[in-house]
Write a protein that binds this ligand. Structure first.
Ligand SMILES: [Zn+2]
Length: 432
């Protein structure tokens, strides 16, 4: 199907990756790809034309670190420090989650993400086949994984976990190639060296992306050095061979200069989670230093227990403020740089070069942001207004692979009222 989006402002990208803002032009979609950006007089004939009424078309947002089903734990344990939060508030509830809860929590996450302009998500949670099924059915783009955990060096605990991680990567199939399987190591502190090395070894052939939490807290970072002869988590992962394939590391709050050098040399990405790091008082990721070292930086929300939402507009806003405030320099973190972090950089981190930009030939993963509300006037500078003024509720259309999944409050692949009823049922059982 060929679709023409007319009367819009388009935040497109040139061949060098720089943004170009087109005003009063059209964007055409041919099936799953962007086929034309330019004046209507030169546009191809399309089956359907839509008047976007002056809205901004921009690339769909890429949430490069998320635990979607944790929507069922939204805000649980607020006010606790990370370790206590995990052990006393989160793990006891997670023990009660069944596969059906994962599906319900993922549906709620997808609803929230589509309504706030996220088209591509990195999903790290239990029961990946259940999450993957929902992400696939609802039309999202996603990476999924079986979380790599290994509590014992001698006896494999949890039993069979290594095989499960490999099985998912080998056997997950999505006919549309929207949802891909990858490897995930929870973290250095929840995996032993034998397990980490086995994942690196098997990935020499499978060559998929690797998702991991790195240096989120100072305690975790320093304890790693004690466990591994002074090596930081990044240095340890390099030694184990993990960074030989495309790796993206959530948080990176405490990464050191040598870590940043290694990440850049190995092509590993850092995923900035500003809300979660602030809420759990983990610290501020050295985003400027990472960028100076030429490390690719994406943005993620983390789970809703530590955020408490999946709103990437809020993450962009906070990332833009923090980099300036922490560096005591208002010129740091331009709106263009922040927008790239939340779109193309995240996609690149997660192993996809075919999305995250509005350019002919790229996937039609597009959102429309209304310019109609008072806080969007006057719009002198489009990237700046998107980062500093726009709200998630300004998103009026979300499209993935050329299919509209959300438009003006309505979902095309989700029965919202049914999902809310299912959420109530799950909550009743889990918390009573
Ligand atoms: Zn996380």
């Amino acid at each position: 199907m060929k679709l023409k989006l007319k009367n819009c402002i388009i935040l497109a990208t040139d061949e060098n990756g720089n943004f170009i803002v087109y005003k009063h032009e059209v964007l055409c979609v041919d099936n799953d790809k962007i086929s034309f950006i330019g004046p209507d007089s030169e546009a191809p004939v399309c089956d359907i034309e839509k008047d976007m009424k002056g809205a901004v078309l921009m690339p769909g947002l890429v949430n490069a670190h998320c635990h979607g089903p944790m929507t069922l734990l939204r805000g649980v344990g607020s006010g606790l420090a990370l370790q206590e939060w995990l052990e006393t508030a989160i793990f006891p509830v997670e023990d009660k989650l069944k596969p059906i809860d994962i599906e319900v929590g993922e549906k709620l996450a997808v609803m929230e993400m589509l309504a706030s302009g996220t088209t591509y998500v990195s999903e790290m949670y239990d029961f990946p086949y259940n999450s993957g099924k929902i992400l696939s059915e609802t039309g999202m783009r996603a990476n999924i994984s079986r979380v790599g955990l290994s509590f014992s060096e001698e006896t494999e605990i949890p039993k069979g976990r290594f095989d499960e991680c490999v099985e998912l990567v080998k056997n997950w199939k999505d006919p549309y190639d929207r949802v891909r399987a990858e490897f995930c190591l929870h973290s250095e502190y929840l995996t032993n060296e034998g397990f980490v090395r086995r994942i690196a070894e098997v990935n020499k052939d499978l060559k998929t992306t690797v998702n991991i939490h790195v240096s989120e807290t100072l305690r975790e970072h320093e304890e790693c050095k004690v466990r591994h002869n002074g090596l930081t988590p990044i240095q340890y992962l390099e030694k184990c061979g993990i960074l030989d394939n495309r790796t993206y590391a959530a948080h990176c709050v405490w990464v050191e200069e040598e870590d940043r050098r290694i990440m850049a040399a190995k092509g590993a990405s850092a995923i900035h989670n500003p809300s979660s790091n602030c809420k759990l008082a983990s610290g501020f990721a050295p985003v400027k230093d990472l960028m100076d070292a030429k490390v690719n930086v994406g943005i993620g929300t983390d789970g809703t227990a530590s955020n408490n939402n999946l709103n990437m507009f809020e993450e962009m806003h906070l990332a833009a403020l923090l980099i300036k405030c922490v560096g005591k320099d208002a010129t740091l973190g331009s709106a263009e740089e922040i927008l790239k972090m939340a779109t193309v950089n995240g996609a690149k981190a997660m192993g996809r070069d075919d999305t995250g930009e509005l350019r002919v030939g790229k996937k039609a993963d597009i959102i429309a942001v209304s310019m109609d509300k008072p806080h969007m006037f006057p719009a002198f500078d489009i990237p700046n207004i998107l980062v500093y003024s726009a709200q998630a509720s300004d998103v009026i259309m979300t499209m993935v692979d050329g299919k509209i999944l959300y438009e003006n409050g309505e979902y095309t692949t989700i029965d919202a009222e049914k999902v809310k009823a299912e959420v109530r049922e799950s909550i009743e059982r889990i918390y009573n």
